[in-house]
Ligand binder design. Structure first.
Ligand code: NAD
Ligand code: LMR
Length: 328
């Protein structure tokens, strides 16, 4: 029996994500936490005739009930971008929100798998890790940055070009989750050899800046919510499958490379010793990260993308971690 808590459950992502999770027979209790409106969202979802119980919890005084005994905590809490903003611009508001939620999870659900959606993911995941370290409950295998939307976009955009089934086409996307730190590895995808270099560069750029495409189209009302809910549900269900003993569950996700020392060695040969967190293809198991797969072969174009990505990624990681470690 698995309790899943969604923090930020009343938001643009939180509501459709909770709807998708309500449909899973693998969840026995769906717990919705937010600073507003979760009683209404919970009442609404609770009328759906799937097996899980739904509860709504509002504000800090109800955080313990929301989180205790959770096996998975999914976090889409915090502000989204408006046109002209970078994800890093969200740090000044979202860093504190994530810190406070991470403190709650460390206290009330210290063994939970934590799935971080809130931006900037490159920094919010290190924040959660450092809070867990401070509370003595850190397990690198169980803290994940959700980068699945990059994978979903890559499957969609590349399949349009090579005439493949988007639901089946797998495009590895590694690195981080912001602009140039998003590294699609098209050269590893069968069928992309028929693309011109210009097409490869254009679709790579579209995957890297897919979030901006949505932010611009939404014209100030927010960023991706529905596609993110889809992606967030896909990743949560993959974690649930792995917890339930399914083998061969592999998803790209942003983790601390400490989660698998062997896998880290191979990745650090490509990205350098000083990159602590990286999104890679990760094999998921009952305890979380089972294995971090190697990056694989890169084209010359992809090698250049790596060079452009690493300084920004490293800066984002240090900024997130030091928000906790340097706090008075
Ligand atoms: P939103 O404003 O619609 O919803 C956010 C929700 O978080 C709101 O309901 C708000 O009340 C709640 N919240 C704020 N502070 C909270 C706290 N302390 N505890 C609990 N809940 C709190 O925003 P959204 O569109 O759902 O986006 C949420 C976040 O997800 C943003 O940071 C956005 O950038 C990020 N995002 C990430 C990805 C990704 O690929 N990882 C994709 C899309 C959006
Ligand atoms: C996305 O990739 O859509 C999200 O990270 C939201 C954003 O700000 O672009």
């Amino acid at each position: 029996m698995v309790k899943v808590t969604v923090c930020g459950a009343a938001g643009g992502i939180g509501q459709p994500l909770s709807l998708l999770l309500k449909q899973s027979p693998l969840i026995s209790h769906l717990s919705l936490f937010d600073i507003v409106n979760t009683p209404g969202v919970a009442a609404d979802l609770s009328h759906i005739n799937s097996a899980s119980k739904v509860t709504g919890h509002v504000g800090n005084e109800q955080m313990e009930d929301a989180l205790k005994d959770a096996t998975i905590v999914v976090i889409p809490a915090g502000v989204p971008r408006k046109p002209g903003m970078t994800r890093d611009d969200l740090f000044k508001i979202n860093a504190g929100i994530i810190r406070d939620l991470a403190v709650g999870v460390a206290k009330y659900a210290p063994k939970a798998f934590v799935l971080v959606i809130s931006n900037p993911v490159n920094s919010t995941v290190p924040i959660v890790s450092e809070v867990f370290k401070k509370h003595g409950v850190y397990d690198a295998k169980k803290i994940f940055g959700v980068t699945t939307l990059d994978i979903v976009r890559a499957s969609t955009f590349v399949s349009e070009l090579i005439n493949a089934d988007p639901a089946q086409l797998k495009v590895p996307v590694v690195g981080g989750h912001s602009g140039v730190t998003i590294l699609p590895l098209l050269s590893q995808v069968e069928g992309t050899n028929k693309l011109t270099q210009e097409q490869v560069e254009q679709v790579t750029n579209r995957i890297q800046f897919g979030g901006d495409e949505v932010v611009k189209a939404k014209a100030g009302t927010g960023s991706a919510t529905l596609s993110m809910a889809f992606a967030g549900a896909r990743f949560t269900l993959a974690v649930l499958d792995a917890i339930n003993g399914k083998s061969g569950v592999v998803e790209c996700t942003y983790v601390n490379l400490e989660a698998d020392a062997e896998g880290a060695k191979a990745i650090k040969q490509v990205v350098g010793d000083d990159v602590a967190y990286f999104s890679a293809q990760v094999q998921l198991g009952k305890e979380g990260v089972a294995k971090i797969n190697a990056i694989g072969s890169l084209s010359d174009f992809e090698k250049k993308l790596f060079e452009a990505a690493l300084p920004e990624l490293k800066g984002n990681i240090v900024k997130g971690a030091s928000f906790i470690t340097d706090a008075k």
